[in-house]
Design a binder for this molecule. Structure first.
Ligand code: SF4
Length: 379
């Protein structure tokens, strides 16, 4: 096994066994674990309180109980979250933070408290009109309240100095992740869509400083490789997430390499750093204010399509695959604007509807195969 293979195996093992990673961390450190629901959470606060933040999205399951709380038209991500809550999968969590990401998620804190009364669920209400001074001050105050609640759970005070350090650790990780993603796009024959996803997803289950070290090691190994021999099509993906895993294997089967992403579970987590400043809470609130291009934040200028078009140009991609999470209102509302901008820029795109739990993927198979052939014919 080459060094790169063994590094990738470690990322994969971490991404596929989040429960095991959390339990191991608790056993080794004696500290607590907090589940962070998507999308705009503040893991830095959990880190500063001496606990391990763990991302709660993704993972396949059969829905048997979640429908007791959620309507049939709720997205499969939140259905899986409720299912996991109700079937004891989150038993090692000491708390959950649930931001008001979308209409579905606004109800999640209440439902989780009803479904799993023993699990503390901390709600986080994000401002819609997020860029003006009062919204930034409001969010900084919300973060402070959250920090106090986290202190009570962990028993460790969140000091300004500690939070500043945590913010820097997360900013370092964002830079390391972006360097990795650049190197990965230069070596599509090694970093397949599946392994690209494993590297990103594993970051949600280990301390960020540890993950940064792993990323730096992998990126250094990639940079030693000879020039890529990749002959297939290069695409950018956009949406909430690139799962189920069988979907990623389909990209590989049809010679589609992912050379850039605008995924909520991917680059949207890493492309905006917390700006500098002496007040750490204002730094975090300003980061949310400065973030652009997500269906779950208010954007009167609809910049997302142009952000994706710029990424396509930068990565010399051949086209865009829109991964539409079924029943995700924010993504569905954004799609016409994104499509319009891609068409205007002459960028081919394909729309595929996905769910976390999918019984059949035949439609997706047909669409991806046809798209790959179209892109190949345009070369
Ligand atoms: S997938 Fe869409 S609807 Fe579901 S929680 Fe995320 S933003 Fe909300």
């Amino acid at each position: 096994m080459s060094n790169i293979d063994s590094i990738l195996a470690n990322f994969k093992n971490t991404a596929l066994h989040p429960g095991r990673m959390a339990a191991k961390w608790k056993e080794e450190t004696g500290r607590k674990v907090v589940g962070c629901l998507p999308i705009h959470n503040v893991e830095e606060l959990v880190h500063a309180a001496g606990m391990l933040p763990v991302g709660l999205w993704g993972g396949q399951t059969t829905i048997t109980r979640a429908n007791e709380y959620l309507p049939a038209f709720a997205c499969s991500i939140m259905k899986a979250v409720m299912e996991f809550s109700m079937t004891g999968v989150y038993r090692d969590l000491d708390a959950v933070i649930s931001p008001s990401t979308c209409d579905t998620m606004r109800c999640i804190p209440l439902m989780m408290r009803l479904a799993v009364p023993e699990l503390p669920v901390l709600g986080l209400v994000l401002p819609d009109n997020r860029k003006n001074e009062s919204a930034i001050n409001y969010l900084a105050a919300e973060y402070k309240k959250l920090a106090v609640a986290l202190e009570e759970i962990s028993g460790q005070p969140v000091t300004d100095h500690g939070l500043q350090q945590s913010i820097e650790i997360y900013n370092d990780h964002r830079r390391a992740m972006n360097s990795f993603l650049e190197a990965a796009a230069d070596h599509c024959e090694v970093i397949t869509p599946y392994y690209r996803h494993m590297v990103i997803k594993s970051s949600f289950f280990v301390p960020r400083e540890v993950h940064t070290e792993w990323l730096l090691e992998l990126t250094a190994e990639l940079k030693k490789l000879p020039q890529s021999t990749w002959q297939g099509q290069r695409v950018v993906v956009t949406g909430i997430m690139a799962e189920p895993y069988a979907l990623l294997k389909m990209f590989e089967k049809f010679n589609l390499a992912i050379v850039g992403d605008d995924l909520a579970q991917g680059s949207r987590q890493f492309r905006t750093e917390a700006p500098g400043g002496t007040d750490p809470y204002l730094r975090l609130a300003n980061k949310f204010a400065q973030f652009e291009g997500c269906s779950c934040v208010h954007d009167p200028y609809k910049l997302r399509g142009r952000i994706i078009a710029d990424l396509v140009e930068k990565q010399q991609a051949d086209g865009v695959v829109v991964l539409m999470m079924k029943f995700c209102d924010p993504e569905e509302y954004d799609y016409p604007f994104v499509k319009q901008d891609l068409d205007k820029a002459g960028i081919p795109s394909v729309y595929v509807e996905i769910e976390q739990q999918m019984e059949s993927m035949e439609q997706i198979r047909t669409r991806l195969q046809a798209f790959s052939e179209i892109l190949a014919a345009r070369r």
